[in-house]
Design a protein around this ligand. Structure first.
Ligand code: ADP
Ligand code: ZN
Ligand code: ZN
Length: 674
């Protein structure tokens, strides 16, 4: 009798189903050399799909005569190595997401396409012993805090989480460069993760000018071919430094020695759709699995990281002073209560702007709301222009002369009459960046103003061009949203004004204050970075807000420790662990029935005493793009309890009939309650 050889191929496919699929080998093919992680082309329903081999076995849970054969084996050598596969398996379990989708998100788009089967491999031709990898020897002499940080990190070869807690401009990047240098000397690779809008030509330049090694840059503006090439350079080991945004965390790097995550608090490290992972947490897990160090840097560390330092899970390294000569910032709160406002600006702020412009300096005004006005209101009857598909108001954009929903993209021509009472007394309420720009043009007719938001920076080179114009002094007054808040270095800016912080102070999300604190410190960090003194002005109707005043008088660390105490008192993360089941449907009754069933199934799971279920609750935005939205919040004291509980629960939900008719997703460690 012939002993059956292993001829069942387990394949992970990019489907939401949390299972693998079994196939037989292609006819007349010896699959002995088939490797885990290789891509295969397989029939799936009426089409073909690219799948990834995750195992070879002699057993299938499906009847063997029903199994189809693999159409083609695409890789002799797998694109994803075993460490990436292990990381994906962990992420699939932790985030309760289909392994197939996780593995596919680790591949560049071109490698996932059925019509692009052959991937031209990159060759690692650079010898590892290149001696001249430093192209520009740094003339900077480290200050003592930087030296301690570099020495501490560089003597660690094993897994350790370092939190580089350094104020903006304290020389964190210089510390990264010195550690990278050490790893390059040892023939290792380094991954550097930066926030989405932090990956500017300026950032890349700091690495390319220092090191004479191939660098792979991975970001969303690359073409598919460029991305594939950069990815393969990392994967083959040719690229010694890999710089990228969130998704670069799953890029294979065979000789990885260290991961650096800059601005670790930044929300863009969390993916908010489909596979909802945190690149920071994946980075930590990747380093743990490889037993190598990780550096997380920030001027405003997340509460989670500060908590981890307090718990001695992270090692904190502090850079409390600005490097070079820059001096301290001067903060002023402006009480808006009863103040006369002109297009959202108080007289005090206008006077201050005038002073700084007259002294030939630059001014940065921050307002996190694009468009002309966030609300159109009928003065006669109180009607407002709402999005027909969302629980949201339409924003008025004057340049385009239309109304637009910032949540679903719905557009309407500008109304000339109230849709309720036909009155023509329509007024705008609130101020967006477009209106602010217009008004400032009137106030300062001789000043060159630049507005930086999503609307003005759509073109590929728009943002870099703008940043250049700011740098070379062509523009004196800068207006910007979130996009201007981080990472950029504007040496001539001496005044930063935050036009409106009240919406964050009154926001219902429990993380809103943490974010506001980070934002204020980050935006302020743009000012006075060289030899000029910086001033920061914050306009608010709530000038006695205790946390706000703590932040400005005692600093971010003090503010964060107090926020942590508040979180502890009400048992919110990081003192407990959360997951959210988001569900949405066009049919309200289906949505409600599903969530009620989901809750009941949850309550029937035995460990449920350690797990609290809250809801169903309508989502903060309870209708979006025509769908009703609700959620169940799951809270647990321990991560592991939550994990076990979730996997049992999701198995039950996967077979729920209603669940197959509506959209639902589980977000583990959610960052935004949307
Ligand atoms: P961060 O990343 O913390 O915001 P950077 O690394 O960008 O800070 O440093 C801010 C500026 O200070 C840069 O121009 C950098 O070249 C300079 N710098 C860094 N370290 C030193 C040092 N030890 N002495 C003088 N200048 C320094
Ligand atoms: Zn009306
Ligand atoms: Zn909408």
């Amino acid at each position: 009798m012939i002993i059956p050889t292993k001829n069942i191929i387990h394949v992970a496919l990019a489907t939401p189903l949390r299972q693998h699929f079994d196939y037989l080998p292609p006819e007349n093919t010896d699959i002995a050399p088939l490797k885990i992680g290789a891509r295969v082309l397989v029939p799936f329903g009426a089409q073909h799909k690219v799948g990834i081999v995750i195992g070879v076995d002699d057993h299938s849970n499906f009847p063997k005569d029903k199994l189809k054969a693999v159409t083609q084996i695409l890789d002799e050598e797998p694109l994803l190595d075993s460490s990436i596969i292990a990381l994906c398996e962990w992420a699939s379990r932790y985030y309760q997401h289909s392994l197939g989708e996780v593995l596919h998100s680790a591949l560049p788009t071109l490698a996932r396409k059925t019509n692009k089967k052959k991937i031209i491999r990159s060759q690692n031709t650079t010898p590892n012993d290149v001696i001249s990898f430093i192209s520009e020897n740094s003339t900077i002499e480290l200050n003592s805090e930087q030296q301690i940080a570099v020495d501490t990190i560089n003597q660690q070869h094993n897994f350790e989480c370092f939190l580089l807690n350094g104020v903006t401009g304290s020389g964190k990047t210089e510390v990264y460069l010195r550690t990278i240098e050490k790893h390059l000397q040892e023939g290792k690779q380094a991954i550097v993760l930066v926030p989405e809008i932090g990956l500017t030509p300026q950032t890349i330049e700091r690495f390319t000018s220092r090191f004479n090694v191939p660098i792979a840059v991975l970001h969303s503006r690359l073409s598919e071919n460029e991305r594939l090439k950069a990815w393969l350079d990392a994967q083959s080991g040719r690229a010694k430094i890999i710089i990228g945004t969130r998704s670069a965390i799953l890029t294979p790097a065979p000789n990885l020695g260290i991961i650096i995550l800059d601005e670790e608090h930044d929300v863009s490290f969390k993916q908010q759709s489909r596979f909802r992972y945190s690149a920071r947490d994946l980075a930590i897990m990747r380093c743990k699995m490889l037993n190598i160090p990780i550096i997380m840097g920030s001027a405003t560390p997340s509460l989670e990281s500060i908590y981890n330092v307090n718990q001695k899970r992270f090692t904190e390294l502090k850079l409390p002073k600005r490097a070079g000569q820059s001096s301290k910032l001067d903060y002023k709160l402006i009480d808006l209560r009863q103040a006369k406002l002109r297009h959202g600006l108080s007289k005090e702020l206008i006077d201050e702007i005038n002073m700084h412009l007259n002294a030939n300096n630059q001014v940065l005004l921050f307002l996190n709301r694009r468009g002309y006005a966030p609300l159109i209101l009928c003065h006669s009857c109180g009607w407002t222009a709402d999005c027909p598909h969302c629980d949201a108001k339409l924003t008025f954009h004057q340049q385009k002369n239309h109304l637009c929903c910032h949540h679903c993209g719905t557009q309407r021509p500008r109304y000339s009459k109230c849709l309720n009472c036909q009155s023509d007394q329509l007024i705008t309420l609130g101020i967006g960046t477009e209106q602010l720009e217009q008004h400032l043009n009137q106030l300062f007719p001789n000043i060159d103003i630049i507005r930086i938001d999503q609307d003005t920076t759509r073109g590929k080179n728009a943002l870099p061009d703008f940043l250049e114009k700011i740098k070379n002094g062509q523009k004196q007054l800068l207006i910007g949203t979130q996009m201007l808040a981080k990472g950029h270095h504007f040496p001539n800016v001496t005044l930063v004004g935050l036009v409106d912080v009240d919406s964050a102070l009154f926001c219902s999300d429990f993380r809103a204050i943490e974010r506001l604190g980070q934002l204020i410190i980050q935006v302020s960090g743009r000012a006075g970075r060289e030899d000029k003194k910086g001033t920061v002005i914050i306009q608010t109707h709530n000038p006695t807000h205790p946390l706000l005043t703590q932040l400005l008088t005692k600093g971010y660390q003090y503010f964060a420790e107090n926020l942590l105490q508040e979180r502890q008192a009400v048992n919110l993360p990081p003192y407990s662990y959360l997951a959210v089941l988001h569900a949405e449907s066009t049919k309200l009754h289906q949505l409600n029935d599903f969530l009620t069933q989901a809750r009941d199934e949850g309550l029937s799971i035995s460990v449920s005493s350690a797990v609290k279920l809250i809801g169903p609750l309508p989502s903060p935005m309870n209708r979006k793009a025509g769908r009703h939205r609700s959620q169940l919040i799951i809270q647990a004291e321990h991560r592991q309890t939550l994990q076990q509980w979730l996997s049992t629960w999701i198995q039950k939900l996967s077979t729920n009939k209603l669940g197959q008719r509506i959209r639902w997703v589980v977000d583990v460690d959610p960052l935004e309650m949307t």
